[in-house]
Design a protein around this ligand. Structure first.
Ligand SMILES: NC(=O)c1ccc[n+]([C@@H]2O[C@H](COP(=O)([O-])OP(=O)(O)OC[C@H]3O[C@@H](n4cnc5c(N)ncnc54)[C@H](OP(=O)(O)O)[C@@H]3O)[C@@H](O)[C@H]2O)c1
Length: 162
Protein backbone atom coordinates (compact mmCIF):
# COMPACT_ATOMS: atom_id res chain seq x y z
CA UNK A 1 0.00 0.00 0.00
CA UNK A 2 1.28 3.46 -0.85
CA UNK A 3 0.31 6.98 0.13
CA UNK A 4 0.23 9.86 -2.33
CA UNK A 5 -0.06 13.41 -1.04
CA UNK A 6 0.70 17.05 -1.69
CA UNK A 7 2.10 18.93 1.32
CA UNK A 8 3.38 22.40 2.11
CA UNK A 9 6.40 23.18 4.29
CA UNK A 10 4.37 22.40 7.44
CA UNK A 11 3.02 19.13 6.01
CA UNK A 12 -0.32 20.91 5.63
CA UNK A 13 -2.63 19.26 3.10
CA UNK A 14 -5.88 21.20 3.25
CA UNK A 15 -8.10 23.76 4.86
CA UNK A 16 -11.77 22.96 5.31
CA UNK A 17 -12.64 20.99 2.20
CA UNK A 18 -10.03 22.71 0.02
CA UNK A 19 -6.58 21.71 -1.14
CA UNK A 20 -3.78 24.15 -0.33
CA UNK A 21 -2.18 24.07 -3.75
CA UNK A 22 -3.27 23.38 -7.32
CA UNK A 23 -0.26 22.53 -9.42
CA UNK A 24 -1.01 21.06 -12.85
CA UNK A 25 2.18 18.94 -12.92
CA UNK A 26 1.19 17.47 -9.57
CA UNK A 27 -2.36 16.71 -10.75
CA UNK A 28 -0.83 14.99 -13.79
CA UNK A 29 1.54 12.97 -11.58
CA UNK A 30 -1.39 11.95 -9.35
CA UNK A 31 -3.48 10.89 -12.35
CA UNK A 32 -0.66 8.94 -14.02
CA UNK A 33 0.36 7.21 -10.79
CA UNK A 34 -3.10 6.16 -9.68
CA UNK A 35 -4.79 5.36 -13.02
CA UNK A 36 -5.46 1.65 -13.40
CA UNK A 37 -5.05 1.17 -9.66
CA UNK A 38 -7.08 1.25 -6.45
CA UNK A 39 -7.62 4.55 -4.60
CA UNK A 40 -8.72 4.60 -0.96
CA UNK A 41 -10.13 7.78 0.56
CA UNK A 42 -12.35 9.19 3.28
CA UNK A 43 -15.81 10.41 2.49
CA UNK A 44 -14.79 14.06 2.99
CA UNK A 45 -12.15 13.74 0.29
CA UNK A 46 -14.58 12.03 -2.09
CA UNK A 47 -17.04 14.90 -1.57
CA UNK A 48 -14.40 17.38 -2.80
CA UNK A 49 -14.34 15.76 -6.25
CA UNK A 50 -16.25 17.45 -9.07
CA UNK A 51 -19.76 15.99 -9.12
CA UNK A 52 -18.90 14.43 -6.73
CA UNK A 53 -18.01 11.54 -9.01
CA UNK A 54 -15.62 8.61 -8.70
CA UNK A 55 -12.18 9.09 -10.25
CA UNK A 56 -12.28 7.46 -13.69
CA UNK A 57 -10.29 4.34 -14.56
CA UNK A 58 -9.57 3.52 -10.96
CA UNK A 59 -11.21 1.32 -8.33
CA UNK A 60 -12.59 3.90 -5.89
CA UNK A 61 -12.95 2.82 -2.27
CA UNK A 62 -14.53 5.30 0.15
CA UNK A 63 -14.56 4.97 3.93
CA UNK A 64 -17.63 6.18 5.81
CA UNK A 65 -19.40 5.08 8.96
CA UNK A 66 -22.73 5.94 7.31
CA UNK A 67 -24.38 2.60 6.46
CA UNK A 68 -26.81 4.32 4.05
CA UNK A 69 -24.27 6.20 1.98
CA UNK A 70 -23.65 5.09 -1.60
CA UNK A 71 -22.20 6.64 -4.72
CA UNK A 72 -21.98 5.40 -8.27
CA UNK A 73 -18.86 3.37 -9.12
CA UNK A 74 -17.70 3.43 -5.51
CA UNK A 75 -16.97 0.55 -3.15
CA UNK A 76 -18.03 1.70 0.32
CA UNK A 77 -16.29 0.41 3.45
CA UNK A 78 -17.46 1.17 6.96
CA UNK A 79 -14.33 0.31 8.93
CA UNK A 80 -10.63 -0.40 8.46
CA UNK A 81 -11.41 -4.12 8.96
CA UNK A 82 -13.93 -4.04 6.12
CA UNK A 83 -11.42 -2.14 3.99
CA UNK A 84 -8.74 -4.78 4.50
CA UNK A 85 -11.22 -7.49 3.69
CA UNK A 86 -12.00 -5.73 0.36
CA UNK A 87 -8.32 -5.14 -0.35
CA UNK A 88 -7.59 -8.87 -0.31
CA UNK A 89 -8.88 -8.83 -3.89
CA UNK A 90 -6.10 -6.53 -5.07
CA UNK A 91 -2.32 -6.62 -5.22
CA UNK A 92 -1.17 -4.41 -2.34
CA UNK A 93 1.27 -2.59 -4.65
CA UNK A 94 -1.69 -1.27 -6.63
CA UNK A 95 -3.41 0.34 -3.63
CA UNK A 96 -2.99 4.11 -3.15
CA UNK A 97 -4.17 5.96 -0.07
CA UNK A 98 -5.23 9.39 -1.35
CA UNK A 99 -6.47 11.10 1.82
CA UNK A 100 -7.60 12.98 3.64
CA UNK A 101 -5.84 13.49 6.93
CA UNK A 102 -7.90 10.99 8.96
CA UNK A 103 -7.34 8.26 6.41
CA UNK A 104 -3.62 8.97 5.93
CA UNK A 105 -3.20 8.79 9.69
CA UNK A 106 -4.96 5.43 10.00
CA UNK A 107 -3.35 3.78 6.96
CA UNK A 108 0.20 5.15 7.02
CA UNK A 109 1.29 2.26 9.31
CA UNK A 110 0.36 -0.12 6.48
CA UNK A 111 2.12 1.85 3.71
CA UNK A 112 5.61 1.03 2.49
CA UNK A 113 5.99 4.00 0.14
CA UNK A 114 4.82 7.61 0.18
CA UNK A 115 4.82 9.83 -2.89
CA UNK A 116 5.01 13.31 -1.47
CA UNK A 117 4.79 16.43 -3.60
CA UNK A 118 6.51 19.05 -1.47
CA UNK A 119 5.40 22.58 -2.21
CA UNK A 120 7.63 25.36 -0.94
CA UNK A 121 4.89 27.41 0.68
CA UNK A 122 3.39 27.93 4.11
CA UNK A 123 -0.36 28.22 3.90
CA UNK A 124 -2.94 28.29 6.67
CA UNK A 125 -4.05 24.65 7.02
CA UNK A 126 -6.23 22.62 9.36
CA UNK A 127 -5.51 19.19 7.82
CA UNK A 128 -2.05 17.65 7.94
CA UNK A 129 -0.05 14.61 6.85
CA UNK A 130 2.34 13.09 9.40
CA UNK A 131 5.80 14.71 9.11
CA UNK A 132 7.81 11.85 7.58
CA UNK A 133 11.08 13.78 8.10
CA UNK A 134 10.54 13.38 11.86
CA UNK A 135 9.63 9.69 11.71
CA UNK A 136 12.52 7.30 12.31
CA UNK A 137 11.02 4.52 10.20
CA UNK A 138 10.71 6.62 7.02
CA UNK A 139 13.54 7.82 4.74
CA UNK A 140 13.81 9.68 1.47
CA UNK A 141 14.48 7.27 -1.37
CA UNK A 142 14.73 9.83 -4.16
CA UNK A 143 13.65 13.31 -5.09
CA UNK A 144 13.20 15.26 -8.28
CA UNK A 145 14.82 18.53 -9.22
CA UNK A 146 12.94 21.54 -7.95
CA UNK A 147 10.31 22.79 -10.41
CA UNK A 148 8.22 25.93 -10.49
CA UNK A 149 4.59 26.86 -11.09
CA UNK A 150 3.53 30.51 -11.02
CA UNK A 151 6.56 31.37 -8.90
CA UNK A 152 6.00 28.53 -6.40
CA UNK A 153 8.69 25.83 -6.17
CA UNK A 154 7.81 22.19 -5.71
CA UNK A 155 9.46 18.79 -5.99
CA UNK A 156 8.45 15.15 -6.03
CA UNK A 157 9.90 13.18 -3.11
CA UNK A 158 9.59 9.42 -2.65
CA UNK A 159 9.83 8.08 0.89
CA UNK A 160 10.25 4.44 1.81
CA UNK A 161 9.57 2.76 5.09
CA UNK A 162 12.85 1.38 6.45
N1 LIG B 1 -3.04 17.58 -0.22
C1 LIG B 1 -3.50 16.38 -0.52
O1 LIG B 1 -2.79 15.59 -1.16
C2 LIG B 1 -4.89 15.99 -0.09
C3 LIG B 1 -5.41 14.74 -0.45
C4 LIG B 1 -6.70 14.41 -0.01
C5 LIG B 1 -7.43 15.31 0.75
N2 LIG B 1 -6.89 16.49 1.07
C6 LIG B 1 -7.62 17.46 1.92
O2 LIG B 1 -7.91 16.81 3.15
C7 LIG B 1 -9.13 17.35 3.66
C8 LIG B 1 -10.11 16.21 3.94
O3 LIG B 1 -9.53 15.38 4.93
P1 LIG B 1 -10.30 15.01 6.27
O4 LIG B 1 -9.29 14.43 7.19
O5 LIG B 1 -11.10 16.17 6.72
O6 LIG B 1 -11.36 13.90 5.79
P2 LIG B 1 -11.19 12.45 5.09
O7 LIG B 1 -10.10 11.70 5.78
O8 LIG B 1 -11.11 12.61 3.63
O9 LIG B 1 -12.62 11.83 5.43
C9 LIG B 1 -13.03 11.68 6.77
C10 LIG B 1 -14.23 10.79 6.79
O10 LIG B 1 -13.90 9.49 6.31
C11 LIG B 1 -14.66 8.53 7.01
N3 LIG B 1 -13.74 7.65 7.74
C12 LIG B 1 -12.47 7.87 8.13
N4 LIG B 1 -11.97 6.81 8.77
C13 LIG B 1 -12.95 5.88 8.79
C14 LIG B 1 -13.04 4.57 9.32
N5 LIG B 1 -12.01 3.97 9.97
N6 LIG B 1 -14.20 3.89 9.18
C15 LIG B 1 -15.26 4.47 8.53
N7 LIG B 1 -15.22 5.70 8.01
C16 LIG B 1 -14.09 6.40 8.14
C17 LIG B 1 -15.59 9.28 7.93
O11 LIG B 1 -16.73 9.55 7.15
P3 LIG B 1 -18.21 9.73 7.76
O12 LIG B 1 -18.16 11.03 8.51
O13 LIG B 1 -19.07 9.78 6.54
O14 LIG B 1 -18.46 8.55 8.64
C18 LIG B 1 -14.82 10.55 8.17
O15 LIG B 1 -15.62 11.64 8.60
C19 LIG B 1 -9.65 18.34 2.64
O16 LIG B 1 -9.17 19.63 2.99
C20 LIG B 1 -8.97 17.89 1.36
O17 LIG B 1 -8.85 18.94 0.43
C21 LIG B 1 -5.63 16.85 0.67
Amino acid sequence: MKAIVNVDNNWGIGIGDKLLNHIPADMKFFKETTTGNVVVMGRATFMTFPGPKALPNRVNIVLTKDEDWTARDVIVCHSIEELFSQLQRYDTDTVYVIGGSTVYEQLLPYCDTAYVTKVDSKKTADKFFPDLDKMKDWAVKCESESMEHNGTSFKFVTYNKI
